[in-house]
Ligand binder design. Structure first.
Ligand SMILES: [Zn+2]
Length: 262
């Protein structure tokens, strides 16, 4: 059920019946020359909507503004600062909780959001409601399947995997004619474990990886089915989770026992 499509009394009823809220955190960023800027937001939202037909949740509109400082040298990329994103996420979570929802699951659409979502979820232990969960990598596909579909080439951004996903959902938004060669890639050659602000820019020179020309609708449908199942499992696990609310209650009592306002 979509938050935006719901009436006020119906939404209230959902909260009272213990529905969980789900929100996609996507991105707006260049995805090679051929995929839409909103790829991470569009794909993840479409698959979350499909998944929540199987496992009930109230789905918020996706947050497209997220954390993409690394791709700002390509037109169309928009990023928030970490501070702004943390504040926006915090205020949205507070508002979801104020409307009576006990649990909020964030479903991530962009690998670059991982670190900040991790920090956000951990920081929410200082707020009792709603309990915030995050599914950081809903796109994961069994390694052997991914390698077979990608012909062993690099994956991870606007690659055959992601291009197939978009082709299967939004074929009309893909400009395959703009890709006429496999990705040129590079490296900083820094040893494993040593990073800089520019590791990604040094690697993804054209903001795509591998060879997107191998993408097909059929591959995309298979990959999207995996992702829907991943999301169904995640939503179900949050729906059924009784341990975390008990831990949260106990934690709040002990961690904040000297703070009178709680
Ligand atoms: Zn992407």
């Amino acid at each position: 059920m979509l938050w935006l499509n719901s009436t006020s009394p119906h939404l209230d009823e959902e909260a009272r019946n213990g529905a969980i809220a789900v929100m996609v955190v996507g991105s707006i960023e260049a995805h090679g020359p051929h995929l839409p800027l909103g790829t991470d937001t569009l794909v993840t939202q479409a698959l979350v909507e499909r998944a929540t037909e199987k496992e009930h949740a109230v789905v918020l509109p996706p947050l497209p503004f997220a954390y993409v400082p690394e791709n700002r040298h390509f037109p169309g990329t928009l990023t928030l600062s970490p501070e702004a994103l943390l504040k926006v996420l915090g205020e949205i979570a507070d508002e979801v909780g104020r409307n009576g929802f006990e649990k909020l699951l964030l479903v991530n659409g962009h690998g670059g959001n991982n670190a900040i979502l991790n920090a956000f979820v951990m920081s929410r232990s200082s707020e009792r409601r709603p309990i915030v969960y995050a599914y950081l990598s809903p796109w994961e596909t069994p390694k052997d399947v991914e390698e077979r579909l990608a012909g062993g080439l690099q994956t991870g951004h606007a690659c055959v995997i992601e291009t197939s996903r978009v082709l299967a959902l939004f074929k009309e938004l893909v400009d395959m004619k703009s890709v006429d060669h496999a990705a040129r890639t590079g490296s900083t050659n820094l040893p494993k474990g040593v990073m800089s602000s520019y590791w990604w820019q040094a690697k993804a020179l054209e903001l795509y990886l591998g060879d997107p020309r191998m993408a097909t609708v059929e591959k995309g449908e298979m990959l999207n089915d995996f992702m829907v199942e991943n999301i169904v499992k995640a939503v179900r696990s949050v729906n059924e989770d009784t341990i975390t609310p008990n831990v949260a209650d106990d934690f709040a009592k002990r961690a904040f026992k000297h703070v009178s306002s709680r």
